[in-house]
Design a protein around this ligand. Structure first.
Ligand SMILES: *Cc1c(COP(=O)(O)O)cnc(C)c1O
Length: 456
């Protein structure tokens, strides 16, 4: 052990961030605006406020304010599970026999088991402040639905969750956690919405997708008095709330007197990665420091590495605004990958712009190699990681092994976004040696991309 670096670093109360950081303020090329799907004109605040809470609309559209105060009620809630620790992975370094110094920021220390609670409490807070009765949302793997149910229970808001049918059936315990926190959970697609009925008629027997569930949740929010829709990833506002991860990490490194060289995060819709990198990317954008930043995605759903940077629908029912992002096409249905949180066809428009500008890198990794990394991590560091998080572990181990080859003593930090207790079916497949590594063909991706909306 390095005597100056403890196994875990926590911030004291007066070292805790009291503002979120908005990377967009420092971006020369701003992320492209959301477009109205009918007129192809940028969505106005008024149009967005039909779907989203007013204050969240302001945050969504704000490309200029660098720091935004975190309301006291949210700071108080954060105290129940934050700060999260920055951990030096001494045990992993030892088994890898690498000169690299590996750190991870662990976001799994709350009942929802992931970083999603950081934005769930913020979105529920603004809904409550607006005097709403409740919120609707979708959930895939279930982490977001769980986090939102917890936040809504705390604030006394109603919470209606549309859960992708395959997860609803395969993860009954996730569903029961949400119901315990008072949420109603409907398998999607369902007969309770017009868009659900339409999708079921077109694809009888479908087990659903995030895109379908989003369409249903939006329909219910727009059609119910006193309700708005909330989303757990992709949006600018979500990256803003998740900046708490990066701000804590940045402050902890400062306290240790360490500067990371490589920053790694898994990328589904981009919220944990966007949050983790934000203060570091801010320094990079302002020319104050340089870092290698790596997004890690599944080879089965490779939005950054094989997708196209274009306007696309965010949902299957095509009721949501269009977003410019790296996308595989809103019709793309990834093969059965067990990292449910990484199965979205698109990507945060902020991260997409940063990637297009060459400010970050992306890699894709195959599922069995991800679970091999998860197993190695569990056996050395003790924590049972979520399959999503294990993508970042895989890439971090690969970087540490590269350092072993070259002898470089680089400092690597990755986001350990959550725990995998509800993913034991996936671990079982891996342990039984029956996990597959499906990678879409160029033809499949081209076919899906050929249906992108035409925007001029
Ligand atoms: C949802 C989720 C992700 C992926 O979502 P992002 O918005 O890309 O962060 C990663 N890890 C865990 C544990 C998740 O629940």
């Amino acid at each position: 052990m390095d005597k100056n670096i403890p196994y875990k670093t926590y911030l004291s109360e007066d070292e805790m961030p009291r503002q979120w950081y908005n990377m967009r303020a420092d971006m020369k090329n701003k992320p492209a605006p959301l477009l109205n799907p009918g007129t192809h004109k940028p969505m106005t605040a008024e149009e967005l406020s039909v779907v989203f809470c007013d204050e969240l609309v302001q945050q969504e559209l704000d490309n200029t304010t660098a720091y935004i105060d975190i309301p006291q009620e949210i700071l108080d809630f954060y105290k129940m599970y934050r700060p999260s620790p920055l951990v030096r992975a001494y045990c992993l370094e030892k088994v890898l026999d690498t000169p690299a110094k590996i750190y991870y920021k662990f976001e799994g220390n709350n009942t929802s088991g992931s970083h999603k609670l950081n934005s769930a409490i913020a979105q529920a807070y603004y809904a409550k402040k607006q005097g709403l009765k409740g919120v609707t949302t979708e959930t895939g793997a279930g982490q977001w639905g769980t986090a939102l149910s917890m936040a809504c229970a705390y604030l006394g808001l109603d919470c209606k969750v549309f859960m992708v049918k395959v997860s609803y059936e395969q993860k009954p315990f996730r569903r029961e956690v949400m119901r315990t926190y008072g949420a109603s959970v409907t398998p999607s697609p369902s007969e309770t919405t017009e868009v659900g009925k339409r999708i079921l008629a077109a694809h009888p027997g479908t087990t659903g997708s995030l895109g379908c569930a989003i369409s249903e949740a939006v329909e219910v929010a727009v059609g119910s008095e006193g309700y708005r829709y909330v989303l757990g990833s992709v949006l600018n506002q979500v990256l803003l709330h998740q900046s708490i991860i990066g701000l804590e990490t940045h402050a902890a490194f400062k306290k240790l007197g360490v500067k990371p060289d490589v920053i790694i995060g898994c990328a589904g819709g981009g919220s944990n990665l966007g949050g983790l990198i934000s203060p570091f990317m801010g320094e990079k954008l302002r020319g104050e420091a340089d870092y290698r930043i790596i997004a890690v995605e599944p080879a089965s759903c490779p939005s950054f590495t094989r997708g196209k940077y274009a306007y696309d629908f965010c949902d299957t029912g095509m009721v949501c605004p269009l977003a410019k992002m790296y996308t595989l096409g809103s019709n793309f249905i990834p093969s059965a990958n067990h990292a449910g949180g990484l199965r979205y066809h698109g990507m945060s428009s902020t991260l997409s712009q940063l990637y297009a500008d060459g400010l970050m890198e992306a890699v894709s990794v195959e599922q069995t190699s991800v679970f091999a990394a998860a197993e190695q991590f569990a056996r050395t560091e003790g924590i049972l990681p979520a399959p999503e998080s294990s993508h970042a572990i895989r890439a971090a181990i690969n970087e540490a092994l590269r350092c072993k080859q070259t002898g470089e003593e680089e400092t690597i930090v990755f986001g350990l976004t959550g725990t995998g207790y509800f993913d034991m079916v996936a671990y079982q497949k891996y342990n039984d040696g029956v996990m597959s590594d499906y990678i879409p063909t160029d033809e499949e991706i081209a076919e899906s991309l050929s249906k992108l909306p035409k925007i001029d």
